[in-house]
Design a protein around this ligand. Structure first.
Ligand code: SF4
Length: 594
């Protein structure tokens, strides 16, 4: 497979995952379809033989209607009877699994979906009875619950609090009624402020508002207004989620051209109001509240080690050093398996030392931008070089990684996800996955080869009056005519020179001069804190992937606390090494337009 085909294959594999699913190894597309309930039970026995925290995730797949932008395992609720039947199946699943977890306690209980708040009061009590009757929460266990505003009211909020919920997320998605309607979602937004107040009055300590950036039919202005409205309600956390056209999403809209620029500005606006970006994911916290496990499983990556038991149709479980697996997604199939006394596992993969180590390595690079040698050793008892030395060396040689005293840095943030996967994923399952994708892969690869408006001219639209020019790694002589052509055609005020690859490209200083000679101001892809007063570079999604997987602010270098850009790296030595490398090559902004 050439690189285009491989990128297309990774894109298809990502599209199959739920929207927030991190780039775990092995990815679901490489899991075995023959993974059985017996395999799941065996995996849990292996996992539970080790120490480590436990999280319980319960999936309620039903919604009043399925929104056109939704990529989760959700389906329209056929009626209250269907929920009762589903609860019966959940009770059977919990009863089958509970003997394995005897004597173990769960640190977090999380209810997601779908729309868990669709359940009536008695159904909610039955759900919590099934969970707590079969699995013991640890002392001080945190309980999180996802909700749709239309299925909440003060009485239900009081009941949720009584059942132990202290972390409540309210799925607003957008306050724009027109956008919601076009996306097939009914929602009375005027109730949201009252619900936030009612949740607080009920004693629920942590309220999160979920917003989506770049929804189909959403304008940039509408998204910015959403962020303002959400911030005014002063929730403990705001979840900004970039729209992703996953396989299950009905409306296959293209990514909004303003998405990452607006996203960055939203981050800045929220940081001025006391919110902080959490660990490179799309989560914003206020006052450092410690939220329970999120579906993304990325927030505490590499610090706390926990296994996740997923109950319900389509739920994904992670038995550390055991397996990662998913339940049957169709509620009828799920209930049928349980009626036959079988655990409803549908597909999965066994995890041994090798898979855990590789998963740790990939997630560290992709979520933190670095792999710390000592941290790896403290987890696996040996350094990463012993397990992956040859591949790490070759990635350092081709500029994907930079070796430092403390470990390795991911230097090529644009292509890093692709290059790491290409280097580490074994060829045989990839070939099998490519065969499985068949014609879809051929057409995806063909589409990727076709030059699009966004790539052909190297120009990309940023803020009004701004030309974003992908400088690439080509020599100045090859790039300059294209840049001048774009300037002439678009008449920008500012040119942002963006260079995908390891650090600023060699032609960048001369291109910046060229922009200056044209009487324009220029900015290059350097940390925003180094370029005061200039417009920010729009966030770029990794090339070749339909799923950014990880939010990586372009201005991610922040050796100390910097109010200006949102660094998520947490290894001071590695941060400093990266800052030194890129700071040394900083290209100063040129003259401003007179
Ligand atoms: S966005 Fe929420 S309410 Fe809409 S279909 Fe998906 S899970 Fe259900």
């Amino acid at each position: 497979m050439d690189d285009t085909q491989l990128r297309a294959l990774f894109g298809l594999m990502d599209a199959e995952n739920p929207p927030e699913y991190p780039p775990h190894y092995p990815p679901p597309a490489l899991w075995k379809k023959t993974f059985s309930g017996a395999d799941a039970a065996a995996a849990w026995r292996r996992a539970l033989a080790r120490r480590g925290d436990l999280v319980l995730y319960v999936h309620l797949p039903f919604c009043r209607e399925v929104c056109a932008f939704c990529g989760f395992y959700a389906r329209p609720c056929p009626g209250p009877g269907a929920v009762d039947d589903y609860l019966s199946a959940l009770e059977r699943e919990a009863a089958l699994l509970s003997p394995l977890f005897a004597g173990r306690r769960f640190k977090w209980l999380c209810f997601g979906g779908g729309t868990p708040s669709l359940l009536s009061g008695p159904q909610l009590e039955r759900l919590f009875d099934a969970v707590k009757g079969n699995f013991r929460p640890a002392r001080g266990a945190r309980t999180a619950f996802e909700s749709h505003p239309d299925s909440l009211d003060p009485a239900k909020l009081r009941l949720l609090k009584k059942l132990g919920v202290d972390w409540l997320s309210i799925g607003v998605q957008t306050f724009d009624d027109g956008v919601l309607k076009k996306n097939g979602r009914r929602q009375d937004n005027s109730r949201v402020p009252g619900l936030v107040r009612a949740a607080r009055a009920a004693g629920i300590k942590n309220v999160q508002l979920d917003l989506i950036a770049g929804l189909p039919f959403q304008s940039r202005e509408a998204f910015e207004a959403d962020v303002e409205k959400a911030a005014r309600l002063d929730p403990e956390r705001i979840y900004l989620f970039p729209f992703q056209a996953k396989e299950r999403v009905r409306l296959k809209a293209r990514q909004a051209p303003w998405l990452w620029e607006a996203y960055r500005r939203a981050v800045e606006s929220l940081s001025r109001r006391g919110y902080e970006l959490s660990c490179g994911r799309w989560l914003y916290k206020r006052s450092g509240g410690d939220w329970p496990y999120s579906y993304d499983q990325g927030e505490r990556m590499s610090r706390d080690f926990y296994s996740v038991l997923g109950l319900g149709a389509g739920a994904i479980s992670y038995a550390r050093y055991g397996a990662r697996y998913q339940n049957l997604a169709d509620p009828a199939d799920y209930a049928r398996a349980l009626s036959g006394g079988r655990l409803p596992a549908a597909r999965g993969c066994r995890l041994g030392e090798k898979e855990e180590a590789l998963n740790f390595l990939l997630l560290n690079f992709l979520q933190r931008g670095a792999l710390d040698r000592r941290e790896f050793r403290s987890v696996f008892g040996r350094g990463p070089r012993g397990a992956f030395g040859r591949v790490l060396d070759s990635l350092a040689a081709d500029g994907t990684l930079v070796a430092s005293r403390d470990g390795w840095l991911l230097d090529d943030r644009e292509n890093g996800l692709f290059r790491l996967r290409k280097a580490f994923y074994p060829a045989r399952p990839l070939t099998a996955a490519a065969r499985g994708c068949g014609r879809r892969l051929v057409s995806a690869a063909r589409a990727a080869r076709r030059p699009s408006a966004a790539t052909a001219g190297s120009g990309r639209d940023g803020a009004p009056g701004t030309l974003v020019f992908e400088a690439g790694r080509a020599p100045f002589a090859a790039l300059a005519p294209a840049l001048l052509r774009e300037i002439k055609a678009r008449r920008p005020v500012t040119v942002l020179l963006y260079c995908a690859g390891p650090g600023p490209g060699p032609a960048l200083p001369r291109l910046a001069e060229l922009v200056g000679r044209a009487g324009l101001k220029a900015a290059v892809n350097l940390p925003p804190c180094l370029l005061p007063g200039l417009p920010r570079l729009p966030q770029a999604a990794p090339a070749g992937s339909g799923d950014p997987g990880v939010f990586r602010p372009e201005g991610w270098v922040k050796p100390a606390r910097c109010a200006d850009c949102a660094l998520q790296l947490e290894c001071p030595g590695l941060d400093a090494a990266y800052a030194a490398r890129h700071g040394a090559r900083a290209v100063k902004p040129l003259r401003r337009r007179p």
